[in-house]
Write a protein that binds this ligand. Structure first.
Ligand SMILES: NC(=O)C1=CN([C@@H]2O[C@H](COP(=O)(O)OP(=O)(O)OC[C@H]3O[C@@H](n4cnc5c(N)ncnc54)[C@H](OP(=O)(O)O)[C@@H]3O)[C@@H](O)[C@H]2O)C=CC1
Ligand SMILES: CC(=O)[C@@H](O)[C@H](O)COP(=O)(O)O
Ligand SMILES: [Mn+2]
Length: 390
């Protein structure tokens, strides 16, 4: 029996994680107990999940929503917590062995650190945590002897390709990117795209923020940073390869030029389940890969002119310090504004680049420093939007 805390249980990754748990428990392959659930404000779904999985605590970031949930669950013996404190308590709950962090955004940083301090194994979907606070997270994980198991599909693929091989003999990582809904378009053709068009990912059904990141290719930039921290590989050894079908989830090349790929149907249940059952491989709800149906796989270099976010993120990683936190904060704010119709699509990269330039060179050596850079970048984006009355 493995006991789990799931942060972001109402989201795309969170609900698929509960699907995996439900199926494995029903099949009797592995038994999971859910000790804690957490989300922002979706109390309808949290109530449903709490009644099904009977956790000890449910954390709701929004205070009013927490009060509402407390009333809804008054017939149950469950503690309903609120705010960042509640999120951190859910992440570090005594008795839980694995904390799945699948909240979206920088808000995931403190709970990740709280879980590592409490020596939980971390199943990490929340890439923004590593992008902005990679040095803190990986440093603390090393100090506490805690495993960070990747959930992001490409990183799970790389992790799987590394099993049984010598990391010292790794030559490079080939990180695949779908290219998103706007693959093949020029920069000019991207000027007027709408949120509805950008939310139309060709291969994956995901939350809104990561879907827009895929459309700008900032997602791949964030993933280069995530891979660099997770596998301790410099940016020069990570090559982004556009692969339209999202069947090859990533590859690693060794010194002898052997390239090992991890493939499968594009379904997040697979990497989620591998992180939860690692090192075991159990039957999953993922459909069989039918190569006769797929027939051909395509690979292209990324177009950095049409998708400058990828280049901005790689430059931030090379610069180091608080530059990635600034880019990430600006991106979160700009993506939110784009989704609300307040910012044109191609201004996302422009504002991220400007936020990075404004960020002084300082080490990312404390949570306060990282959150400060994040906040400054967000304020910068907000001030540009309000001054220009976009
Ligand atoms: N979806 C996917 O297939 C993939 C996602 N990822 C990464 O996983 C993470 C989650 O993505 P995804 O599931 O798509 O996102 P969703 O938008 O679908 O879900 C986000 C989850 O985070 C919760 N949340 C948001 N803000 C807070 C907060 N302040 N406090 C507590 N909980 C909060 C939401 O709660 P509520 O519902 O109440 O708002 C929801 O449960 C992201 O970092 C993404 O990049 C990585 C690879 C694939
Ligand atoms: C499923 C997953 O891991 C996403 O992060 C995915 O990679 C997004 O697709 P892109 O390759 O288009 O960014
Ligand atoms: Mn990914």
């Amino acid at each position: 029996m493995k006991t789990l805390s799931i942060l972001g249980s109402t989201g795309s990754i969170g609900t698929q994680a509960l699907k995996v748990v439900r199926k494995l428990n029903r099949d009797g392959c592995a038994m999971f107990r859910i000790a804690a659930l957490a989300a922002h404000h979706n109390v309808e779904l949290l109530e449903e999940q709490a009644r099904e999985f009977r956790p000890e605590i449910v954390a709701v970031y929004d205070s009013e929503a927490a009060a509402d949930l407390r009333v809804r669950l008054r017939d149950m013996s469950v503690r309903v917590l609120k705010g960042m404190e509640g999120l951190c308590e859910a992440a570090a709950l005594e008795g839980a062995e694995v904390t799945l962090n699948s909240v979206v955004g920088m808000v995931g940083l403190r709970p990740t650190l709280a879980a590592i301090k409490a020596k939980k194994t971390i199943a990490l979907a929340n890439k923004e945590t590593l992008v902005a606070g990679g040095a803190l997270v990986m440093g603390l994980a090393r100090e506490k002897g805690v495993d960070i198991l990747p959930v992001d599909s490409e990183h799970s693929a790389i992790f799987q390709c590394l099993q049984g091989n010598n990391k010292k003999e790794l030559r490079r990582i080939l990180l695949t990117a779908s290219g998103g809904p706007f693959f093949g378009r020029t920069r000019e053709e991207l000027e007027g795209v709408t949120p509805q068009q950008a939310l139309n990912h060709p291969n994956w059904s995901m939350g809104a923020k990561v879907t827009i990141d895929s459309a700008t290719m900032m997602n791949k930039g964030l993933e280069v940073m995530e891979a660099s921290w997770l596998f301790d590989v410099p940016p020069e050894k990570i090559q982004v390869v556009v692969h339209r079908e999202s069947i090859v989830h990533s590859m690693v090349e060794y010194s002898d030029r052997s390239v090992i790929a991890q493939m499968g149907a594009p379904d997040m249940c697979l990497p989620i389940q591998y992180a939860l059952t690692y090192p075991r491989r159990l039957p999953s709800p993922v459909e069989e890969l039918d190569l006769f149906k797929v027939q051909s796989l395509h690979f292209y270099p990324p177009d950095l002119n049409a998708f400058p976010c990828l280049d901005i993120a790689i430059r931030a990683l090379k610069r180091g310090g608080l530059a990635p936190a600034a880019v990430n904060g600006a991106n979160e704010e700009a993506v939110g504004a784009f989704l609300e119709g307040k910012l044109p699509f191609m201004r996302i990269p422009e504002l991220c680049a400007r936020a990075m330039e404004r960020q002084p060179d300082c080490p990312a050596d404390s949570v306060e420093a990282v959150l400060g850079a994040d906040m400054a970048a967000r304020e910068f984006v907000r001030s540009v939007i309000s001054q220009e009355k976009i």
